[in-house]
Design a protein around this ligand. Structure first.
Ligand code: GRF
Length: 199
């Protein structure tokens, strides 16, 4: 399976995914694409020998369809079998999603269905939750809403700032996403839950 990874920033999830696709893995990274030409993840991808591309969303203004046509133009030459959104911060239209439905994954830093959207860690702390975490799901037209393929849970500790919690969750993202991709690329749809049940 050829995997294109879409990023917007540092790409730490992209690095974790790329590193996980070793020779025994059913998938290979074929492209890292950013909506920001200055995204730090592009440099990391290039250092790993992965082809990169950038499609700056800003010149397209509100014309999401035109931006997505440019995305498709950048993606097509690399012939991916599936897409992984990894810290990708643009909302995709139903038109784009429908072309990739069933072959596009996303990681979201909350225990969906709780806390769709932004500022997930601050909201969980504010709500007094005991736990937080991250979710890998198939992308559907509704935001942060598709079938759940994996979740990782972490405790929220007294005194946690959103930054403290974000760091704790990010560590789990780097374990969860590769574990889900390995199963998904092999056609195994059993969900991954971390931490693994003891015993
Ligand atoms: C992080 O907030 C992560 O929780 C979310 O996207 C952001 C950046 O991730 N998935 P990355 O380091 O660019 O992968």
């Amino acid at each position: 399976k050829r995997v294109a990874i879409l990023i917007s920033g540092g790409g730490s999830n992209m690095v974790a995914l790329a590193r996980s696709m070793t020779r025994d893995h059913p998938a290979r990274p074929c492209l890292v694409l950013a909506n920001d030409p200055t995204a730090g993840g592009l440099t990391k991808a290039a250092e790993m020998g992965i082809p990169t591309a950038a499609v700056d969303h800003r010149p397209f203004g509100k014309d999401r369809a035109a931006f997505e046509a440019a995305l498709t133009e950048a993606i097509t030459p690399h012939a991916p079998d599936m897409l992984c959104l990894a810290g990708f911060m643009r909302v995709l239209t139903e038109g784009f999603v429908s072309q990739w439905q069933g072959r596009m994954l996303n990681i979201h830093p909350s225990l969906l269905p709780n806390y769709r959207g932004l500022h997930t860690h601050a909201r969980a702390i504010e709500a007094g939750d005991a736990e937080a975490g991250c979710t890998v799901h198939e992308v559907t037209p509704a935001l942060d809403d598709g079938p759940i393929l994996g979740q990782a849970r972490v405790p929220i500790l007294p005194g946690d700032t959103p930054g403290d919690l974000a760091a704790r969750v990010l560590e789990q993202e780097h374990l969860l996403y590769p574990a889900v991709l390995r199963r998904f690329a092999a056609g195994d749809r059993r969900p991954v839950f971390l931490p693994e049940p003891a015993g």
